[in-house]
Design a protein around this ligand. Sequence first.
Ligand code: TRP
Length: 468
Amino acid sequence: MENTGKPREGFSSGLAVFFASLGSAVGLGNIWKFPYLTGSNGGGAFLFVYFICILFVGIPVLLCEWYIGRRTRHNAIGAFESLKPGSLWKGVGVMGVLSAYLVMFFYTCVAGWVYFYCFKALTGAFASISAESVEGLFGEVIGVGTAGQSFFSKAVLSPIFWQFIVLCVVGFGISMGVRGGIERITKTLMPLLFVLIVICDIRALTLPGAGEGIRFLFHIDFSRITPSVALSALGLAFFKLSLAMGIMITYGSYFTEDVHLFKTAGKIAFSDTLVSMLAGLAIFPTVFSFGMEPSAGPGLLFMTIPLVFSKMPFGTVLLAAFFLLTSFAATTALLSLMEVPVAFWSEEFKMSRKKATFMNCLFIGLVGITATLSVDSSSLLGGIKLFGDGFFDFYDHLSSNIIMPLGGLLIAIFVGYFSKKEDVAYELSNHGTLENGFYVRFFSFVIRYVSPALLVIILLNTIGIISF
Ligand code: TRP
């Protein structure tokens, strides 16, 4: 793609880079998805594989994306085009756009639940909550038992209503061009969310029976590491660090020349994982203390957090604050996701940004309805299965477990085998100004051999071609 000649606004400082990337990384993935996948996949065993995936696949691929972005100063598709003109590599960018859509179909739905909980908490609906009633409330939110009802009944329309509110907020944010806004929001709200999660942790860890939750989270039972556990952990690592969608390529294209890419990647991965762990430490002790099931699925967050706060002074106010901050985290993550198709349509097809935003929100809303109405098998569309999954899980699995790992594999191969070693070393050492030869050599080794091998093993293992 040609350089449009528009001056590219860079991030103002290293700190801004850090917060913008963190704003994209931290989201429902930490607070909602990480705990529920850990719960459904056997606790410590899953956590162990997840750490390996973050270290040997997530961080290296993140560095690859930043390398590609900063070197070319282009968005994902343009970046591949400028490095290898006329080649099929830009297909990686197109795959990214595809998975951004798939993620948004269900992400807007879950963000809608968060908005709804925030509203409920503010209106005092959680004042006298118990382990039994919290499940019923969540069931209401996702439309349990609506199979066979009219599409226009209140139970069916209510979650769709919240999903559309989310899309309106995100669409408004994008069309106002909130790049600077994102930085500012993230900078102030992330620390607040962090503090609230720590408060939750303290309460959860002092509940009777909390120890069992900690054991669940940290005890590694190696016999539980199955192909599907490994694949979920790998998919989560991509999802968490916002990889394989071109977002980090685009962010990299805005980085200034003095950003230390290794250090920044390490800090992002560490902070992001820390937030996930803290969320897990709030949720699992509560699960066991109240005799719930860790494998409750996507509702896990929504059934446990209200209970933790119910055991605290000022619980309702803090609960409202928790869901409010979570809704901000979800919204900033969504802003970065929505940027992918909006940039694609406006830059590749010369559509105005406003029009691209509107059309994309409408499209995502319409298809997203299928995710919202299929969370539970007794929901309106819950009976329809695609390859054994309802719509909600299908969008999630197709993006996180198939397209993202494949995209990540291609990115690793591109940087490991189709880019000049000297170019990569030059960029990663900030044009030779950093003394980081060891890191660069280690990275080259990992990206050529370790990450692709892990990706291939896990992918082949899933299709059943090889087995552990
Ligand atoms: N990382 C975000 C989360 O954990 C989700 C997300 C935002 C994302 N942008 C992304 C995932 C881009 C993949 C690609 O909630």
